[in-house]
Design a binder for this molecule. Structure first.
Ligand code: SF4
Ligand code: SF4
Length: 90
């Protein structure tokens, strides 16, 4: 998930709407990621938060914990480098 996608999520009262690009990215990751765990082995953030598909499936923009999640990723790109599906989880 990209930081700018999270930033794009709009608050409207007590509801947080996902920007379409973030929603599309979550759906893409969820449909392509096979939970193979190659990226998780390389990344402390993913070991703590779960595999990209797990994160995408449970992401809830109304939860404070999820809103700050993107800022825990260092954007190092290692997950994409090892992913057989070429998923950019950052
Ligand atoms: S970019 Fe780096 S820190 Fe972020 S999820 Fe991928 S491997 Fe982990
Ligand atoms: S390496 Fe790719 S396919 Fe495997 S768990 Fe990570 S994101 Fe999913």
């Amino acid at each position: 998930m990209r930081r700018q996608d999270i930033t794009r999520a709009k608050r409207t009262g007590s509801t947080v709407e996902l920007g379409s690009s973030l929603r599309e990215r979550l759906q893409t990751v969820s449909s392509i990621c096979t939970n193979c765990d190659l990226c998780e082995k390389e990344c402390a953030f993913l070991r703590d938060r779960g595999k990209p598909k797990e994160i995408a499936d449970r992401y809830d923009p109304t939860r404070k914990e999820d809103q700050g999640m993107a800022f825990e990723c260092s954007l190092c790109g290692l997950c994409t480098a090892v992913c057989p599906a070429g998923i950019d989880a950052a």
